[in-house]
Write a protein of this length. Sequence first.
Lengths: 332, 426
Amino acid sequence: MTTLTDPTGAPEASSEERMGDARARGPQGPRARKSTSLRRAILAEKIAPYTFLLPWLIGFFVITLGPMLYSLYLSFTDFSMLAPPEWVGFDNYIKLFTNDPKYLDAVRVTVVYVLVSVPLQLAFALLVAMALNRGLRGLSLYRSIYYLPSLIGASVAVAVLWRQMFGSNGLINQILAWFGIEGMSWIGNPETALGTLVILNVWTFGAPMVIFLAALRQVPQYLYEAAAVDGIGRWGSFRHITLPMLSPIVLFNLVLQMIGAFQAFTPAFVVSGGTGGPVNSTLFYTLYLYQRGFTGFQMGYASAMAWILFLVIALVTAVNFWFSRYWVHYDD
Amino acid sequence: MFTQRNPKGLKLAAVAAGAAMMMSLAACSSPESETDSDEPIELRMAWWGDDVRHEVTNAALDRFEELNPNITVIRDFSGFDGYLDKITTQYTGGNSPDVFQFYNEVLVEFASRGQLVDLSENVSTDGWPQELLDVSTVDGELAAMPFGLSTQGFIFDNTAVEALGLTAPTGDYSWDDLAEFAAEVRSASGGSLAGVTDLSHGYQVFEVWAKQQGEDFLDADGLAFSEETLADYWQYWADLRESGGATAPDITSEYQGTPYDAVVAGVAASTFLFTNQYDGVQGRTPNVISLERFPGEGDDAGQYLRTAMNLVISKQSKHQEAAAKLVDFLLNDEEANGILGLNRGFPANANVIEAASAGANENVQRAIEIFESVRENGAPAPVPAPAGSGTVNTLFAEIAQQVQFGQLTPADAAKQFMAQAASELG
């Protein structure tokens, strides 16, 4: 973009600038018209991008930022939704950490869910991507089929299906019966209920898989060839070539999936019937937030929980990025 | 590129676009002015239920619209899941329905915050038993009117039980009789059929137990029962789990919200429900399901005539008079009750009971029998649950579950519950 400077004081104008001046000159004569139409042109060029951004900006301020700030305000109040909010200062935050054992349960369940399901899902996604990268016929068909679950995975319909499948009379037990194994109620047992939700998250591996697949294709072939010449094995080439070359993508997927996993709600809500599972074993953070807010008529308290989640996710993401310097290898 | 062409026109377009977007964002709820009763009025009514209820309610509303040509009723019906959240959210947004169906447990939360209209001003209460009106009176105002009465009941899968060579309890039977029956069912079926679903997490079942001991579950001041009663209750179910009569904990938690589904699925031989659910449950299984009163009802009856659901008018309604007309029609009009039938339970207004009971099938007749027997021999209905009771009910189920999975003993659990519940209500 040409920087249009005021030619009246410029020591030496470039040819571009002089061309711009010429165009900015109106019919009345050079000097009189120059500054105003120049300024208009500068202004217009500066405003133009914001005009295009306006719809998104309005949406951001009105639908995202505005409500976020309001919820920050609410987190310092006692708000039953049926009466105006009453200011209580830090009471909500204090109660969360000192007088709410169920809150700590919810944190524990969510952390376990994130730490178990995300690595599993990514490992699975990478595995399938590598399998598909061998140049199978019908690759695009497989890719689409594997991607499909991640589109519908977080939906109510799939969660209802999952509840049926893992129930005492469900599909999983029927299949196990063919092998003579007696199944149990996977969703009714506190030791396995969370496992069914982890499986659900791993089942939606399609989205990271597609990204891994694309990244795998970017790894230059000559690296593998050179390594083969050196006599490196399959595992060696995976560990020393594929993984390092893929590490930025792994970071990307890791961060994205962790952010999503912290906020998981629908599967837990549907599979546990809104209760948080047998003995709080599927009480995800957002589910407890929902219970406090809507069933307990304590929206201020729930807002405090929401802001803590926001800060934790931001912190975890920052830590992820900080640690990435040790294992992410950027191709320069 | 465009800057040199027509900067002026572009700025104009930008301002115009921005203005258009600003205007389209302005929340457009034009304030309605209710002046003349002949002005066309739009009411919104919300309720939950199954398809049968939707059918009869819509038919009744159609009739109301016929009789009141200037009033249109916009209907909002759905299942029960998420109903409370929907209503609460609509209240916060200022667009709650004018008239809606509501349940007892959350009545006080709304009424005590002045969100419900006093119905005694505009709706006739002729033919209503005074004690029912008292039960729905909060802070001196008639916040709701019962939209269907029912009572508790216990169902037995006769077909399955008789196939095992046993007979289900009938009439007057004790809790011990039930325990014995359940253990027999489990052993006779070789372990595949539980005698009864584990009901230790059901505060509505515990309520009847407590009333049978002369206590109550919750009253206006909070917990209305002793720790011992609760410990005994949980101990009873712990014993039943041990003997095998009750369902295993993981099965119980699977059917936690709808225990009668366990009977329909053939997992248990008996459970509790409310009499207005009996018809639907029997319709879902070819087995013969019998309906009896609770165990232990004989001399110290704990069952009571329970408001299954209420009809309320929102304080935010801009057409309170028209809304009251609709409520009056649905509750007191014979024709309306003939259309609505007994799907929600018994009408509270004695004058319309006959019209509503016309054409009741044999299942509903049986429910009426139980209902009448409780009317003759039952406990008084409890007052509306205090604010915060929603959390207490959830707490009850949670702690009971810990006992079910062996994480707490009944005695410890009762102690824990009393302490935590008091802090939630206090």
